[in-house]
Design a binder for this molecule. Structure first.
Ligand code: UDP
Length: 374
């Protein structure tokens, strides 16, 4: 194909939530959009597929939540949402606990029965720290050693492959700690899962775009780039620049999914295994994300964190100092790149939730469409 053939206003690399949102905004404004994705399916990591009549979250649990009414209205244009509320449980040394930490958890641990008793007990176990510099210091200053060791230490070590003392506190601050019986994992007023899964929702968002799946942008980047006037890149920012300053680090995951000949395996969508010696962090039972009638089979997924290598999927950015320094070098290059926009969890190297990805994409699209008249 001739390099001058600019058939599209925009070429988007990656059909995850960021790419799909940008595509939707551009299509709505009558622009011609081409989306490329190296996977054989749309949706990126929010992809869901039907197995035994159950919507399976192939790349881990995705529970949509937001406190932004506009974002909630935005996603509800493309799918109806169910009323799922995330109430995971923790299993530690064969005991089950309510989670995130709430009055029921403290009652199970210590026998306290009122918020006042719980508060008093917490005062006695907290390890005060004037300026907590890492995840361990911060959580110890909130809840003390026993809770740290039961719920946080092993899970975090497994999840990130490094001790909590070497991780930033923001990772854990997403989890609420409550002295009421509220065990909703999220504080946001809007929460749910698209009925029928995320895949049809993404499909509705990208309606009108040209889609090429199973395509590796890097296999012929000049040709793909030349098909559009502008490019949106949602892959790893370091990959775009051929890792010229070295590789950014990520945390990867391995999912092991099985169909079981029983109606119910664990009675809940998510159970976290917080002991370090158990190699997985959580078991998902997908039917509990939905509110479908009982069925004779169930599908479960064990989630195993693993080190990232170039052959593996990068799931989580590691936002420590070393990697952030490296990221900023790539960001400086990205800022110079003409007519290319970088966005999403991998290109922005940020531990984004879905609603944050959408907010970021909506504002990027607005910027591109209205201020740069693309
Ligand atoms: N976390 C933990 N124990 C748990 C669940 C979470 O220590 O049972 C910590 C862990 O460090 C994790 C962080 O809290 O990385 C954020 O958890 P979240 O469930 O929000 O992570 P995600 O769903 O994005 O993997």
């Amino acid at each position: 194909m001739a390099l001058s053939t600019r058939e599209f206003d925009l070429v988007i690399v990656g059909c995850g939530l960021f790419g799909a949102t940008i595509a939707q905004q551009f299509i709505q404004n009558n622009r011609k959009v081409l989306i490329l994705d190296k996977r054989p399916h749309i949706g990126g990591n929010v992809y869901t597929e039907l197995v035994e009549g159950i919507q399976v979250h192939r790349y881990g649990a995705h529970i949509f939540h937001t406190s932004n009414q506009k974002i909630w209205q935005y996603v509800n244009q493309f799918s109806r949402f169910n009323h799922f509320v995330n109430r995971p449980k923790v299993r530690y040394q064969n005991q089950l606990y309510s989670f995130p930490i709430n009055l029921m958890t403290l009652s199970q641990l210590w026998g306290v029965t009122t918020p006042e008793e719980a508060k008093k007990k917490l005062e006695t176990v907290r390890i005060p720290c004037d300026s907590p510099r890492n995840l361990e210091d911060w959580i110890l200053s909130q809840v003390g050693k026993e809770i740290y060791e039961t719920f946080i230490k092993g899970y975090t070590q497994k999840q990130w492959g490094r001790p909590p003392a070497q991780l930033p506190a923001f990772i854990i601050k997403r989890l609420p700690i409550r002295l009421t019986f509220d065990d909703n994992y999220f504080n946001d007023p809007y929460q749910g899962i698209p009925i029928g899964g995320y895949t049809p929702m993404i499909q509705a968002m990208i309606q009108g775009a040209t889609l090429e799946l199973g395509v590796d942008f890097f296999s012929d980047r000049e040709v793909y780039r030349a098909r559009g006037k502008r490019l949106v890149f949602t892959g790893s920012i370091d990959a775009y620049f051929n890792h010229c300053f070295g590789h950014l680090d990520y945390r990867s995951l391995r999912f092991s999914t099985q169909t079981l000949p029983q109606e119910d395996f664990q009675g809940n969508a998510v159970i976290n295994y917080t002991e370090e010696k158990v190699p997985f962090t959580r078991i998902l039972e997908h039917k509990h994300f939905e509110f479908s009638p009982p069925s004779p089979k169930t599908v479960i997924t064990h989630e195993y964190p693993q080190a990232w290598t170039p052959e593996r999927e990068p799931y989580y950015p590691i936002n420590d100092e070393t990697n952030m320094r490296l990221f900023h070098k790539y960001k400086a290059l990205a800022d110079q790149e003409k007519d290319v926009f970088f966005g999403g969890r991998l290109a922005e190297y940020r531990y984004y939730d879905m609603h944050q990805v959408i907010a970021s994409a909506l504002s990027a699209a607005k910027n591109m469409l209205h201020f740069h008249s693309l």
